[in-house]
Design a binder for this molecule. Structure first.
Ligand SMILES: Nc1ncnc2c1ncn2[C@@H]1O[C@H](COP(=O)(O)OP(=O)(O)OP(=O)(O)O)[C@@H](O)[C@H]1O
Length: 257
């Protein structure tokens, strides 16, 4: 579904150059839930923006369903960290979710159907006519997820989507993503700096090195598919996997300094 080959990104300007991504190659199969984890500042956001077609890479290619990505492709949706800045405060929840659908040229009835089913899927069936600022942070992020789902993407890209919500809401949203993923069969690429979150969510975790970034390890997560916050996180295998990822990231940071 996604092929990233030899991706490089160097930022330049004001007489300064920053090599953010050195050489990244990986693929994401149709229906996978892949987590990308790496040290702070290692280029996770840069990578996701290149994959989404929002930022031109300095070298290498991104291919989505066989087509080279040079601009945001219609089959991808992105959920960003800052829900507060990604929803329009002057539009009600339903209108926020509907907005990208207008560009798809769908009929009014179909748009309404998609808005209703995606708000229902994230547990916000009652919030259609609220304004985003009347909702809690976790609810606002649910609206952003509903908006991405309503778009019926083949790939859902998520950039630290739960970084700004409290721990309990975060746990609920993690479970929401896993259940939506299993129910809808959407391909998910989830970027996080949270090691436990990456291991809990992923079928696979790609561990990134410190900047300039390369893939340090491609780790399959052999935890049962039925996961829950209490039991999965208490499994000895969960602890082994998180310790392994943590050690790898510490080693990546040590190499950087
Ligand atoms: N627009 C930009 N211009 C110049 N340098 C940039 C720009 N955006 C990012 N960088 C640099 O590229 C590197 C990677 O940044 P990026 O935001 O992609 O990392 P990250 O892993 O998402 O960070 P964090 O975990 O802190 O969110 C950093 O050294 C950063 O300073």
């Amino acid at each position: 579904m996604l092929d990233v080959t030899g991706l490089r990104k160097t930022y330049s300007g004001d007489g300064r150059t920053v090599e953010a991504i050195r050489d990244l190659t990986f693929t994401v199969a149709d229906g996978d839930l892949t987590c990308l984890v790496g040290p702070s500042g290692c280029g996770k956001t840069t990578l996701l923006r290149c994959v989404a077609g929002l930022l031109p890479p300095s070298g290498g290619t991104v291919t989505f369903a066989g087509e080279r990505v040079t601009a945001p492709p219609p089959g991808m949706a992105v959920v960003f960290q800052e829900y507060g800045r990604s929803l329009f405060p002057w539009l009600r929840v339903a209108a926020n979710v509907e907005l990208p659908l207008r560009r798809k040229g769908l009929s009014r009835d179909r748009r309404r159907e998609l808005v209703a089913s995606s708000l229902d899927a994230v547990g916000l069936a009652d919030a259609h006519s609220a304004y985003p600022w009347q909702l809690s942070g976790g609810m606002q992020q649910r609206v952003a997820i509903a908006r991405a789902l309503a778009y019926e993407p083949r790939v859902l890209l998520m950039d630290e989507p739960f970084a700004a919500v409290d721990a309990q809401t975060r746990a609920d949203l993690e479970d929401l993503i896993r259940s939506l993923w299993r129910r809808l069969g959407v391909t998910v690429l989830f970027v996080t700096h949270d090691i436990d979150e990456a291991v809990y969510l992923g079928q696979r975790v790609l561990i990134l090195s410190a900047s300039p970034t390369v893939i340090r390890e491609d780790l399959p997560i052999d935890l049962p598919a039925d996961r829950d916050q209490l039991h999965t996180r208490a499994l000895p295998r969960f602890t082994e996997l998180r310790t392994h990822v943590y050690t790898q990231i510490q080693a990546a940071k040590a190499k950087d300094h």
